[in-house]
Design a protein around this ligand. Structure first.
Ligand code: NAG
Ligand code: NAG
Ligand code: NAG
Ligand code: NAG
Ligand code: NAG
Ligand code: NAG
Ligand code: NAG
Length: 842
């Protein structure tokens, strides 16, 4: 996450608002005002605050600086001369000089660098253990490395170098790794905040216990691993190879060094790998023409990169139509199917048929699982000299060995070398150009395999389907029991109790009430027209009164879903578990023959669109209220995307799906609809895209590819609508095909404030509004990778001092939109409290 936070911290471009770039530059201008035009500090020399060392070709500068917005703290650091806010090394991270510009860096006669504060106290020093040299000098190299050399020492004579003490940035030529002999480590440690270099809680280290593997930690939690080095790339990041003409990647394995190093070719742009405060590693490349840092690559990339996402023997696949990303490896089933269907897959999978290893004539075999990121190689047995056949034989001979793979794929073919996993494997996912993993299974599993021609493809799907079905059966059983035991009154009581329950965080053991169809008929006056709140592709919504005094909204789903009863029920239970202040609560459900109904909390105010697009109602929403709504929506989305542990992608965000409660707090509705319809949609008609044109991201509208970033896109559109009071499809501003093109044009001309709804004049905070427009434009960029995650969005909304990166022009949809309109536009009208969703043919 937080791509744009990090980018922002280092790029700070407000092209159209010179006033905003000024304070940032000011600090650095002061720092470089009296530069010493030299790259060398000689023995006994010093550098005072205001003086700098500049590397020979001018690429890097060493000097004193203060982070944006914290002028009282002074740090000694090295930054890219062309982009002074791109600080890549900081000496005194823990010990800033406070309120003084009288700091001085001194090179002592023993070759030790000392940073002294105004009173002569040492705030930081380089720690040289070598014997004192005759003469020492410090030089800032063009690589960004500050090197202290003793001239009496032969060879390189390096006493100390900044490259051996990385901060949060890896530059070309730096190491990330370990010295197995001394235990010394080269690792990255994040800053605590974008303007606070104090070591934060995220670390990036090289795990050398099995095969070399780069691992991100947050505190004591393993968050992400690249997968083991296979000679050409890290197993989980084959795309590394695709930019090898710019950056060559290598892992050096020697007795005194196991380290990852990247090298930039002569014509490659300046590049740096930065570990952000929240643990995201980004490869940024400097574009000198537009003077911005572009994000080349980022890790983690998606939910499947979360460490051990699917538990032991689980498999994560991000390219599935469902949001159930986990399945089990062939021959395994979920340990706890109910939990699994709830997307709590941490429990992992277990073997369907026990191994018969060690029982005389062993009958186990190995099944190839193709195209994966290899499991965690921590605690594995590695032998680089054996062949793959020898590897197989060794694994076969040891009953603890559950899987093996080639450790090195440089030679092509099946690869060479051997890595063997004992007892279990964890953190496996599909990747393009992934490797083959051979998993031990009982012989009988292979017979099954033969029966099913395409088992390799089908089985993982089947495993999750099985999981769903068995969970479904379980629920049916529960439901039957309940049906036998409970009468109407008890059910009503249950609803009431539920409605009154005040636990914000949700009760883990919560059971979803199933309401009888008879009660619903009564509540809605037999689905009378008078009770109808709205209508749309997924069905009609009625207002109802359950238990005399509880108002609810009842959604009667259309017959089109074709989804099985058990699956539906399963989904509903899952969705009922999602509880957040900014989500509409699902209170119950009802299944009666073909009828499927959902019961939601009733919200007295209407949906967002009935306010922002209505000449009279929009006056109710002053700026603080709109800002609150924007923040609320983004928080609800973070919860769906990551905090709920389930990763729900809404897929149909639009103002009519944002309801407002009595306090004008936003509540996202319909967040389960896409999924409830998803199963059917996947099987029946892959040409159908759930969503509404205008709010759908280009990649989703075009290819049906969705991710959390498609929600980010929809959010961006909604944000711009909230600010402008204009619909995405504005046709009355004739010069522009839609709101995005209009907003971009104003932004480019430096007139972004003209986008503001005229009813906001008076209540508006220009800074907040401008920032919102900026964030909106970041969210609607064509490339999903450029769009921020919702967590970054919230961060950017709430931290006014965070600098933002420059948005790119949203081109695609501006052109595409008119075509989409011809094929049939959004037919939903949402004058109602409960919004409706439209299924559009493409
Ligand atoms: C720094 O160098 C200047 C002369 O170049 C000298 O006058 C001054 O005392 C030095 N400061 C320290 C702290 O060594
Ligand atoms: C720094 O100086 C400012 C103004 O001179 C003062 O308000 C502030 O308390 C000082 N901070 C520290 C940490 O000394
Ligand atoms: C310097 O290094 C020694 C040994 O490596 C260590 O014990 C000592 O704490 C270090 N001192 C500082 C200031 O880092
Ligand atoms: C790194 O690249 C430079 C030139 O771009 C080359 O001279 C050097 O040998 C390379 N180093 C390695 C280790 O590949
Ligand atoms: C070995 O096979 C026998 C009979 O097939 C079975 O009872 C026993 O549990 C097996 N032992 C192991 C360790 O699998
Ligand atoms: C490796 O073993 C250590 C110590 O038993 C354990 O903490 C760690 O989780 C193991 N790693 C894996 C990937 O299983
Ligand atoms: C299997 O391999 C593990 C790990 O290398 C080893 O500890 C164990 O002794 C081996 N078992 C047999 C039966 O060879």
């Amino acid at each position: 996450m937080a791509s744009s936070i990090m980018e922002a911290q280092t790029t700070t471009r407000f092209p159209n608002h010179p006033a905003m770039i000024f304070p940032v530059l000011l600090l650095f201008l002061r720092a470089s005002a009296a530069a010493i035009a030299s790259d060398t500090l000689s023995n006994g020399g010093n550098i005072t605050d205001g003086e700098t060392l500049v590397s020979a070709s001018g690429s890097f500068t060493l000097g004193f600086f203060s982070p944006t917005g914290v002028p009282a703290k002074r740090y000694l650091g090295i930054w890219f001369t062309a982009s002074p806010d791109a600080v890549c090394w900081v000496a005194n991270r823990d010990t800033p000089l406070s309120n003084t510009t009288s700091g001085v860096l001194v090179l002592g006669s023993t070759g030790i660098l000392r940073l002294l504060d105004g009173s002569g106290q040492t705030a930081w020093s380089s720690n040289t253990t070598s014997p004192a040299p005759a003469v020492a000098q410090a030089q800032l190299l063009d690589s960004g490395n500050l090197v202290v050399r003793g001239q009496s020492i032969g060879g390189g004579g390096v006493l100390w170098q900044s490259f051996d003490h990385p901060s949060n940035t890896l530059l070309a030529g730096m190491r990330l790794g370990k010295n197995p002999q001394t235990g010394a480590e080269w690792s990255l440690t994040s800053w605590r905040a974008p303007n606070d270099p104090t070591p934060g809680e995220c670390r990036r280290v090289m795990d050398t216990k099995g095969l070399p593997d780069c691992v991100s930690w947050q505190g004591n939690v393993k968050k992400y691993r690249t997968g083991p080095w296979n000679g050409l790339w890290f197993s989980g990041v084959p795309e590394m190879a695709s930019y090898s003409e710019l950056f060559s990647n290598q892992v050096v394995v020697r007795p005194d060094e196991i380290a990852y190093i990247f090298n930039a070719t002569a014509d490659a742009p300046f590049s740096r790998l930065v570990l952000s405060e929240v643990g995201v590693l980004q490869r940024l490349a400097w574009d000198p023409a537009s003077r911005v840092w572009n994000t080349f690559a980022q890790a983690p990339r998606d939910v499947c990169d979360d460490y051990a996402m699917c538990g032991a023997f689980g498999m994560c696949n991000v390219n599935t139509a469902s949001t159930l990303f986990c399945s089990c490896i062939v021959g395994f089933s979920p340990v706890n199917p109910t939990q699994w269907s709830m997307r709590e897959s941490g429990g992992g999978c277990r073997r369907n048929v026990p191994l018969e290893c060690g029982n005389g004539t062993t009958t186990d075999g190995f099944m190839a699982v193709r195209g994966v990121k290899l499991p965690d190689t921590d605690n594995t047995t590695v032998d680089m000299s054996s062949t793959l056949d020898e590897c197989r034989a060794r694994c076969f001979a040891n009953c603890s060995c559950v899987a093996y793979a080639a450790a090195d794929i440089q030679g092509g073919g099946a690869g060479s070398g051997c890595v063997m996993w004992m007892n279990y494997i964890v953190d496996v996912r599909y990747v393009d150009k992934g490797q083959d993993l051979y998993v031990r299974l009982a012989k009988s599993e292979f017979a099954k395999e033969k029966r099913m021609d395409v088992a390799r493809i089908v089985l993982p799907v089947l495993a999750s389907a099985l999981a769903l079905t068995s969970a479904g059966l379980y629920l049916v059983w529960i439901c039957r029991l309940r049906g036998q035991r409970r009468n109407k009154n008890i059910q009503k009581k249950e609803i009431l109790g539920y409605l009154n329950a005040s636990n914000e965080l949700g009760d883990e053991n919560l059971e979803l009430p199933f309401v009888s169809f008879g009660d619903i008929i009564t509540a809605t006056n037999n689905f009378s027209e008078a009770n109808m709140l709205g209508q749309g592709g997924f069905g009609k919504v009625y207002k109802g009164m359950l238990d005399e005094n509880k108002e609810v909204a009842i959604k009667r789903l259309g017959q089109g879903s074709g989804q099985g009863v058990e699956e539906f029920r399963n989904e509903v239970v899952l969705i009922a578990k999602l509880q957040h202040r900014n989500l509409v609560r699902l209170l119950g459900c009802c299944i009666h023959g073909d009828e499927k109904l959902l019961i939601y909390e009733y919200l007295s105010n209407k949906s967002l669109d009935s306010f922002i697009f209505d000449a009279a109602s929009k006056k109710v929403l002053d700026w603080p209220t709109r800002f609150k709504i924007i923040k609320g929506i983004s928080r609800g989305l973070i919860y769906l995307h990551q905090d709920s542990r389930l990763t729900i992608i809404h897929r149909d965000l639009k103002p009519s799906n944002i309801l407002l409660d009595a306090d004008m707090s936003p509540k996202i509705s319909d967040f389960g609809m896409a999924r409830i319809f998803g199963g059917n949609q996947h099987e029946a008609n892959t040409n159908r895209v759930v969503g509404t044109y205008g709010y759908m991201s280009p990649e989703y509208a075009m290819d049906g590819a969705f991710s959390v970033k498609s929600d980010t896109y929809s959010f961006g559109v909604i944000l711009l609508e909230i600010i402008s009071g204009l619909k995405i499809s504005l046709t009355h501003i004739t010069d522009f095909p839609n709101l995005l093109a209009y907003a971009w044009s104003l932004w480019k001309e430096g007139k972004a404030m003209n986008l503001l709804d005229s009813s906001l004049v008076g209540s508006c905070s220009p800074n907040e509004a401008l920032r919102c427009i900026h964030i909106g434009l970041l969210c609607v960029q064509d490339n999903p990778n450029s769009r921020p995650l919702m967590s970054s969005v919230v961060f950017m909304l709430e931290n006014e001092t965070t600098a933002l990166s420059a948005p790119k022009q949203p081109v695609y949809f501006s052109q595409r939109y008119s075509e989409a309109q011809e094929t049939g536009e959004n037919t939903s009208s949402s004058m109602n409290n409960m919004s409706v969703t439209v299924l559009e043919g493409r």
